[in-house]
Design a protein. Structure first.
Lengths: 245, 303
């Protein structure tokens, strides 16, 4: 079983890099953002804080990679593999197609780690960004955030009938969430009404949790509980509704 | 005889649709057994039950002595399967697919000899999505055989292939049989069944309508043999009265058609030899499996 997961994960990782679109949005796009916005206003101090913009950006962009992977890449993979009959082929081998799902999770985590490291090293070298205040809390926050968003994406793939629908639904959920969750713009700068909406979005709590660990060295308990809830509920729906074919 | 697949009174419904109603057949070790039927007859559902993809709601199934619904990996290790509407990742390379499946089946990686054997070595670095239909089928066969299975299940293997690739695939299937494996072949092509299969089950609307060697089945529907000739001078239908094996004698345009069974041509020729000017174009047509099939399927549609 472990050998199967390892073999499939290695292969799926190779396939990921042969797919320019997913690799671009996960690895290159956040890097472009940090380079462009970092050089425009990276050194500016956020109003009412001592934070420099470049430091604020990092946790948000990590949240963006998590969102892209969870809500776009994962529903795309799962629904396409179902539609093309790749799960069907694996069902008639001695291994279970669950191995393929696990390996896609492994690939998601690997590319997320890679994206995060690229982002951090670039921001540090180019703009002197701070190291995370708490590496432990930041890592835990990234992992919990990733687990909850991957489960959310799994639910989208399980509920949507076709690959087209899954990808469209993923995008419709993801893009507003990206702009309203504080991943790109500080939530403090949003009008109250927009913040109310932002409070309803799971990705907001991913950003809050990562930001807490990264900037303040703190564990945001409420945000973490919300994400555990998101993980539990969407994971359960994904497992209940999931079909191999 | 050694029974590899034993299906008794198999039934499977999807909601109100009775996909398989009552299917019984046995496949013997070493034969090429065909399941033949029109689209929607229940062929694919039958084999999906056999390979453990679906749970039947009635009947008993034994594949290599195992219950497919319960056997899991123990069965998958001993069979090889090529499925309709199954695929590999678009960007996976041919050699990567063989290496991956070798790992999944826990067998030694013999990518190079296998790909050479199946004529895919030159395409080893091609992505699955770039392969032609025939190359994809050869890759599927390679994957279905790499665990040296005792039973190989092939679902609509040649559908969508051009005639040349079809014949090449038939040769591949015969070579699977020569290795000692049993082949269960699903097809809707009579020609394929007639040319490849030792025995055939004709399935229509969820039931087995006929079962046996293609040569035995031919004629089990309606008349098996037809004799035709152009009507010569001095001929009357009375001349053929009481010919052995003849069931019907009719005028058919400028010719005469005798329908019946057995060595009809011989007996008809014997009568015609009495004429001063016998026909030069006397000929016999055996009915094909296709006609048998159509007559069987046609009958069940009418009833």
């Amino acid at each position: 079983m472990l050998r199967h997961v390892a073999a499939l994960s290695r292969l799926e990782l190779k396939l990921f890099f042969r797919q320019p679109r997913a690799a671009f949005f996960t690895l290159v796009f956040p890097l472009l953002l940090v380079l462009v916005f970092g050089s425009v206003y990276g050194g500016a101090t956020l109003p009412g804080t001592t934070l420099r913009a470049i430091d604020y950006m990092l946790p948000g962009y990590i949240g963006m990679i998590i969102g892209t992977t969870g809500l776009m890449t994962i529903p795309g993979w799962v629904s396409t593999y179902r539609e093309q009959g790749i799960f069907r082929r694996l069902r008639v081998t001695p291994t279970s197609p669950v191995v393929l799902l696990i390996s896609q999770g492994v690939v998601g985590l690997t590319t997320l780690t890679l994206g995060t490291l690229l982002l951090f090293v670039t921001a540090r070298v180019a703009f002197g960004a701070h190291v995370p205040a708490s590496v432990l809390f930041s890592t835990a926050a990234i992992l919990l955030g990733a687990a909850s968003m991957f489960a959310f994406g799994g639910m989208v793939a399980a509920v949507a009938g076709s690959a087209r629908t899954a990808q469209a639904v993923g995008m419709v959920i993801y893009f507003p969430m990206l702009f309203l969750s504080g991943a790109l713009l500080p939530r403090q700068m949003m009008p109250l009404g927009v913040r109310r909406v932002s409070d309803l979005l799971p990705l907001s709590y991913v950003n809050e949790l990562i930001g807490g660990g990264w900037l303040d060295g703190a564990w945001k308990t409420t945000a973490s509980l919300v994400l555990v809830g998101v993980l539990g509920v969407t994971g359960a729906i994904a497992a209940r509704k999931f079909r191999w074919e | 005889m050694d029974v590899v697949v034993d299906v008794e009174h198999l039934g499977k419904s999807y909601g109100s649709l009775r996909a398989v109603d009552d299917v019984t057949f046995q496949v013997h070790r070493g034969e090429i057994f065909g399941i033949l039927g029109p689209n929607g007859a229940g062929k694919t559902t039958t084999i999906e039950c056999l390979i453990g993809l679906r749970r039947p709601d009635q009947g008993t199934l034994r594949v290599l002595g195992l219950d497919p619904a319960l056997a899991g990996p123990g069965l998958q290790r001993r069979i090889g399967v090529q499925l309709q509407s199954a695929a590999l990742q678009d960007r996976i390379k041919v050699r990567e697919a063989v290496a991956l499946f070798s790992t999944l089946y826990d067998v030694p990686d013999r990518t190079e000899p296998l790909l050479r054997e199946w004529g895919l070595w030159d395409r080893r670095d091609a992505a699955f999505g770039d392969l032609s239909g025939g190359q994809r089928q050869r890759l599927f066969i390679t994957l279905a055989l790499l665990n040296e299975p005792e039973l190989v299940v092939l679902d609509e293997l040649t559908t969508g292939l051009d005639p040349g690739a079809r014949r090449a695939t038939w040769d591949l299937i015969r070579s699977i049989q020569r290795r000692g494996a049993t082949v269960l072949l699903v097809t809707h092509s009579m020609e394929e069944a007639e040319s490849l299969c030792d025995r055939v089950a004709i399935i229509d609307r969820g039931r087995v309508r006929a079962l046996g060697a293609p040569a035995e089945l031919v004629g089990s529907g309606r008349t098996a043999t037809r004799v035709r000739f152009t009507e010569p001078a001095g001929f009357s239908l009375a001349l053929l009265e009481g010919v052995r094996g003849a069931e019907r004698v009719t005028r058919d345009g400028a010719g005469v058609l005798v329908e019946g069974d057995g060595p009809l041509l011989v007996y008809v020729a014997e009568r015609l030899a009495r004429l001063p000017d016998p026909p030069v174009d006397l000929r016999s047509e055996r009915s094909t499996l296709e006609e048998t099939f159509l007559s069987l399927v046609g009958e069940t549609k009418e009833s």
